[in-house]
Design a protein around this ligand. Structure first.
Ligand code: NAP
Length: 218
């Protein structure tokens, strides 16, 4: 996020906040995960591929009997998703779309065989999704935004570790997406989160917070 807590700009163009070294660090974290989760708005606006980029890391995963990149996961109610988006069109791993019940039939016809559409009920809760992912063998889930999704995972107390990278820029536009939206968070002035690590990576800083007893330092 920016110094003032934004994930990007208010314009539809993607704003790159991190530097190359940190993008490579993110790639390394991705390679350790079973699945990567982003909200549908991030799929629409950023068109991310969500693949492990490093050939060495892809090979290392393959040697462990895993797909080169983790499973991709998103969530939607409105189902305004394009089957040609890079989320769906790239990589060999499964693409899971958790969908509010009302949109399931539409999502299956719109996305076709390139995605597995899961009826996630109504309203869709991140806990329901997490439990379903667990049943599918996903032990380690990386949530990569955006703010609406971050908010739900955090307020539902589902997060073991928060990795917050602060980039040395201001966005200065309240129309832009924030790291989180309004909500009741388990960490507050009366219950402070545990800061587990601070690391400077070039001109950005990584803050790692241990948010549950399942946090594992590395
Ligand atoms: N700096 C970074 O690291 C970073 C990372 C990721 C994203 N971003 C930025 O963040 C922005 C997007 O963030 P955002 O907060 O606007 O959106 P978001 O969290 O990416 O996605 C929100 C969308 O996800 C779906 N969704 C979320 N919760 C749901 C629920 N409980 N039930 C059903 N559907 C649900 C809805 O999709 P439908 O509208 O389809 O129903 C909702 O509109 C973009 O500007 C992107 O560039 C930045």
């Amino acid at each position: 996020m920016s110094i003032d807590g934004y994930l990007g700009s208010a314009s539809p163009r993607r704003l790159e906040l991190s530097n190359d070294a940190d993008f490579d660090r993110v790639d390394a974290v991705r390679a350790t995960c079973d699945a990567i989760f982003v909200g549908a708005e991030t799929v629409r606006l950023d068109n991310p591929r969500l693949l492990v980029r490093s050939p060495a890391r892809r090979e290392e995963r393959a040697a462990r009997g895993l797909a080169p990149s983790p499973i991709k996961v998103t969530v939607t109610e409105r189902v305004e998703l394009d089957a040609r988006a890079d989320f769906f069109a790239t990589g060999e791993a499964e693409k899971l779309v958790y969908c509010a019940s009302s949109g399931v039939v539409h999502a299956r016809s719109r996305l076709g065989p390139g995605a597995t559409v899961v009826d996630a009920g109504a309203p869709v809760k991140m806990r329901t999704i997490s439990e379903d992912l667990g049943a599918r063998g996903v032990d380690r889930l990386m949530v990569e935004g955006g703010g609406k999704v971050h908010t739900q995972f955090l307020t539902d107390d589902l997060v073991d570790e928060l990795q917050l990278v602060v980039a040395p820029v201001f966005v200065g536009d309240s129309e832009a997406p924030r790291f989180v939206r309004d909500g009741i968070f388990p960490w507050n002035p009366g219950r402070r989160a545990t800061l587990a690590d601070v690391r400077q990576i070039g001109d950005v800083v990584l803050l790692r917070y241990a948010l549950s007893s399942r946090f594992q330092d590395d």
